[in-house]
Design a protein around this ligand. Structure first.
Ligand code: NAP
Length: 296
């Protein structure tokens, strides 16, 4: 299969590139500012908000599938620069979709738990989006663009992905906490931010299976535990043998951040049933990560 992956240098995108390239597919990676070095993968960089460049890349390759992971993922920047957020998260998605219509490519759009507010209920694929910050709003609008396209699509929502990262990639929450604890710094972790942390390899396994099966529609690809950031950091400290007294629980209002965070508990029942992929709880994910990526 010919697969074009946007955001190929990103934390999720890079793992998807490696997985699909190593399983015999022809893979093209696009990022915004960087190229990646993966055997047999053609990698380039430009801004997907540029319709002309997006269309040219798509027409040159004519992919069977586009996996669109690229986004402005800095939630506070999305809040303070909504014009940039709209260009990167909505216009870029529109450009891809318009090209997919011409190349008749299936689209796999990576979305976010931030399309929900997190007021109490357990969110499923049938729950209506209700974002409470601008990043979540842009992901919701982009989902609508995908749904209205008339193309075959998958929308895969995830939450706090973590895993083995390359040295040059941005930290995820686990590496951020570990780096601080390794330097014996205190970490202040919100008691009021709840997530379903998602081990990236589980996300990649489920994506590969959904594509293999020819599945369509919306799926929540999230870890099975719902915990707050303080509890998560304590588990990180314990599993990696760090000093748990350095972890302090705080209220997130003390950070004075631009964007409010939702606290949505999300069900992954649908994807587990569809693919058979088991999504790790936090302890299992961290233990696996310790085996593959970090040593004491
Ligand atoms: N991280 C999270 O907590 C989280 C949670 C839920 C959902 N998601 C979703 O998962 C997806 C992947 O997230 P991630 O954390 O793997 O991303 P990431 O590590 O922040 O990487 C973003 C990737 O997108 C590329 N990119 C951004 N804007 C672009 C543009 N305008 N044109 C071309 N490339 C562009 C970046 O290229 P450069 O590196 O060259 O700049 C990079 O490859 C995103 O759609 C995000 O919304 C993430």
């Amino acid at each position: 299969m010919k697969i074009l992956i946007t955001g190929g240098s990103g934390r999720i995108g890079f793992k998807l590139v490696k997985r699909f390239a190593s399983s015999g597919n022809e893979v093209v990676s696009i990022s915004k500012t960087s190229t990646i070095n993966v055997p047999k993968v053609k990698s380039s960089f430009f801004d997907l908000a540029d319709a002309g460049k997006t269309s040219k890349a798509m027409n040159d390759f004519i992919p069977d599938i586009v996996i669109h992971t690229a986004a402005l993922t800095n939630v506070d920047m999305c809040e303070t620069d909504p014009k940039l957020a709209y260009a990167q998260n909505v216009n870029a998605t529109r450009n891809i979709i318009e090209s997919c219509k011409k190349t008749d490519s299936k689209v796999v759009f990576v979305s976010s738990s931030f399309v929900f507010d997190g007021k109490g209920e357990l969110f499923t694929e049938d729950s209506g989006p209700c974002p409470i910050n601008y990043y979540g709003k842009t992901k919701q609008i982009a989902e609508e663009v995908v749904k209205d396209s008339g193309l075959e699509y998958l929308i895969l929502r995830t939450d706090q992905p973590y895993g083995k990262l390359e040295a040059w990639q941005k930290d995820d929450n686990v590496r951020r906490v570990l780096k601080a604890l390794q330097q014996s710094k205190e970490v202040h972790e919100p008691l009021d931010w709840y997530n379903n942390p998602t081990y990236i390899n589980n996300f990649v396994d489920a994506t590969a299976e959904l594509i293999k099966k020819g599945s369509n529609g919306v799926f929540n690809l999230v870890g099975k535990d719902f915990i707050n950031r303080y509890e998560w950091a304590i588990k990180i400290a314990k599993i990696f043998n760090k000093d748990i007294t350095k972890v302090e629980g705080v209220d997130s209002t003390s950070f004075h951040l631009a964007a409010i965070r939702p606290t949505a508990n999300i069900s992954n029942d649908k994807v587990v049933k569809e693919t058979g992929v088991r999504f790790f709880g936090v302890e299992e994910g961290l233990s696996e990560l310790k085996k593959v990526a970090y040593r004491d």
